[in-house]
Design a protein around this ligand. Structure first.
Ligand code: GLN
Length: 396
């Protein structure tokens, strides 16, 4: 008799489907307002949309060069030089990917061997857990503690061992909204240099900032050769569905990353790469306007959440607000988020999605404010019912 063997790999047992995307599905099912998954409900800039249409009409509809069309790599090299004085050779140091999501997994597959440790600051963007599992690396979590969501430098130092291969740094941070200071980034950089560790930085929210400065770790002393800088077009140009991201890294790292990227995806959408090359010409005025508009949305949602009794944190960057849900008397965050979308009609992401152990996020929910004022207003009106509906439920 033949023994039954699993049809699926052991690697897929190490993680679940995305809770963020599951909340979007549940929200659609209940006709709710989606403040869960972070995608804008407003249009991308006209110039960027026009550039994509022109590219398709010009028959740029076949594969681009696997690591990115020349026009986009040149535009990125120029942009990194102008914004951050970074010297990026478009021929050897840039890889254009299918969003920063692909950038992160291609990077980890290119740098990690099974048994390597990757340090992750917690709470963390949901994807990093599965990314580590798929690449065979062991994540080592170091807490970011409220209310400031900073890390303890000694605790971080203790997490670095001879097995540490990389640290993932996400600034501005999802979900805490933290923008790391130069001092904090210097602490991380010094540990990377001392322990010969690679900093993998997720800078997708680099232009969505309300406090502080965006400092790519790659610009700190001795870090250019040991940093993989990840960013993308999704959040900056409100095109999350286009799937255009990129990776800046030293030549040796880029060579390995490009091999993984090539065999996993062949390449990112060619006409949309042309459009993002044009988008990058919008420059500093555009980025300033983006941040100003997001600040108004942040203040709007924070005000609405306060009125509804949620005690939200006020983020320094990115477009999420974490809230304490203890006042509503639920058993945990998942029960609360499921109830909220069903009974109140607003979707958020349960806090446990951002932690290694569910109990660490039990008291939290994350809402996004990358939405128009009228949608935020509608969500706010619904959320005002939360307390009374929760009380009625407890009484009943
Ligand atoms: N980064 C966004 C979020 O945190 C979108 C996630 C996704 O579904 N790719 O909500």
């Amino acid at each position: 008799m033949r023994l039954a063997r699993s049809r699926v790999s052991r690697r897929t047992a190490g993680f679940t489907e995305s809770v963020i995307r599951e909340m979007t599905r549940l929200c659609a099912l209940h006709g709710g307002i989606n403040l869960a998954q972070g995608f804008p409900n407003f249009p991308a800039p006209t110039q960027v949309k026009e550039a994509a249409k022109r590219a398709i009409d010009a028959d740029i509809n076949q594969y681009a060069i696997t690591w990115g069309s020349k026009s986009l790599r040149d535009a990125l090299a120029r942009s990194y030089r102008e914004l951050y004085a970074m010297n990026v050779d478009p021929e050897t140091m840039l890889t254009v990917t299918c969003g920063s999501t692909e950038a992160m997994i291609s990077t980890l597959l290119a740098i990690c061997d099974p048994g390597d440790e990757v340090i992750v600051l917690e709470p963390f963007y949901e994807n990093y857990g599965p990314d580590a599992a798929i690449s065979g690396a062991t994540p080592v979590f170091v807490p970011l503690r409220p209310p400031s969501f900073g890390f303890d430098p000694d605790e971080l130092a203790r997490a670095f061992t001879s097995r540490t291969k990389a640290i993932i740094v996400n600034t501005p941070n999802n979900p805490t909204g933290r923008v790391f200071t130069r001092t904090e980034l210097e602490t991380i950089a010094a540990l990377c240099r001392d322990h010969d560790v690679i900093a993998v930085t997720d800078e997708i929210y680099e232009h969505i900032r309300y406090e502080g400065q965006h400092i790519p770790i790659a610009t700190l002393e001795g870090m250019a050769e040991r940093t993989v800088t990840i960013s993308g077009a999704s959040k900056t140009f409100s095109v999350t569905g286009w799937r255009v991201g990129w990776i800046v890294a030293a030549r040796e790292l880029t060579a390995a990353i490009r091999k993984v990227h090539d065999f996993v995806t062949v390449g990112a959408p060619a006409p949309l790469q042309e459009a993002i090359a044009v988008a990058l010409e919008l420059g500093p005025d555009y980025y300033m306007r983006l941040a100003t508009e997001y600040r108004a949305r942040r203040d709007h949602l924070v005000r609405l959440l306060e009125a509804a009794g949620f005690s939200p944190n006020t983020p320094e960057g990115a477009y999420y607000v974490l809230c304490d849900i203890r006042p509503f008397g639920f058993k945990d965050d998942v029960a609360f988020a499921n109830w909220l979308v069903t009974e109140v009609g607003v979707a958020g992401v349960p806090g446990s999605s951002f932690f290694s152990r569910p109990e660490l996020g039990r008291d939290l929910i994350r809402f996004t404010f990358c939405k128009t004022a009228d949608l935020l207003e509608d969500a706010g009106a619904r959320l005002l019912r939360t307390r009374s509906a929760a009380n009625a439920r407890a009484d009943g």
